[in-house]
Design a protein around this ligand. Sequence first.
Ligand code: ZN
Length: 328
Amino acid sequence: MHPRRAFLSRAAAALVGGVAARGGSAATPSALVVYDPIFLEHRAEGHPERPERLTAIMRALASLPGLRRLTPRAAAPAELELVHTAAHVERMRALSAAGGGAVDADTYVTPRTFEVARQAVGALLVAVDEIATGRARNAFCAVRPPGHHASRGRAMGFCIFNQVAVAARYAQARTPWKRILIVDFDVHHGNGTQDVFYRDDSVFYLSVHRAPFYPGTGAAAERGSGTTLNLPFALGTPRAEILGAWETAVRRIRREFSPDFVLVSAGFDAYRGDPIGGLGYEVEDYRRLMDVVVEAAPPGRIVSTLEGGYNLDALGACVAAHLAPMLA
Ligand code: ZN
């Protein structure tokens, strides 16, 4: 499927919201973008993880056909505690309520962060519900803050709660899907996600990332109970080598693990022009990364969520390329 087919001419272009207004009750389930302006309310002066990232993405998605827009809900504390400790949830709530502050050198909490981060998790939960009930096929959650560095009891690396981890547990609890595959192509290793499922062979975690690099985890030798697979690559590795390793890994996981449901930690900071990452990826590589994931997932059962990606000039095009295979 040529990616250009997913792009509309100017004449046919419709705002995502407009598509929702016309297509909300369509008999054929549509793909979803889950978004709310509340995600713009978590912000810190001069920080690269900033609201303009989502503005750029939503502008790019406005010209994509076939996307129905859905608003999230706040994840309940009990839902956050499917993964996180009650102490961590309470710490984030209390820090927000007290006016916010720095969790570490990279990670900030504002008075709005607790509510925003709960909504970011809830975006994935409504996406799971929509797909499980047959009202949608595939979803992209345009959310902030990101999640894959957050572990059970700790916020770090811009991340407060781990969206994909909570969504995996929620899907296992609420749907017939028990074998969950999480794929992560953010330039950074998703140490939080790996930690949560390291001894759990019902959830497969695959990550391709730059190494050596933040956060320092993600060596090939880290295999957990056999359902953790890390593909670390040094800066300067040819793209073809990285993408080939990813495709081989996803196809093997499809054969050997046979997932019921797939979650994607979609970070776009491996793009060659990313200001804080970079692993040489071109825009079209984000389509290729997903072509093989779409093959590996049961039809329509993919929920992708935004992690990193800080080049505002390219982020929208990268996300559009990422979505093309899910919309085909
Ligand atoms: Zn990242």
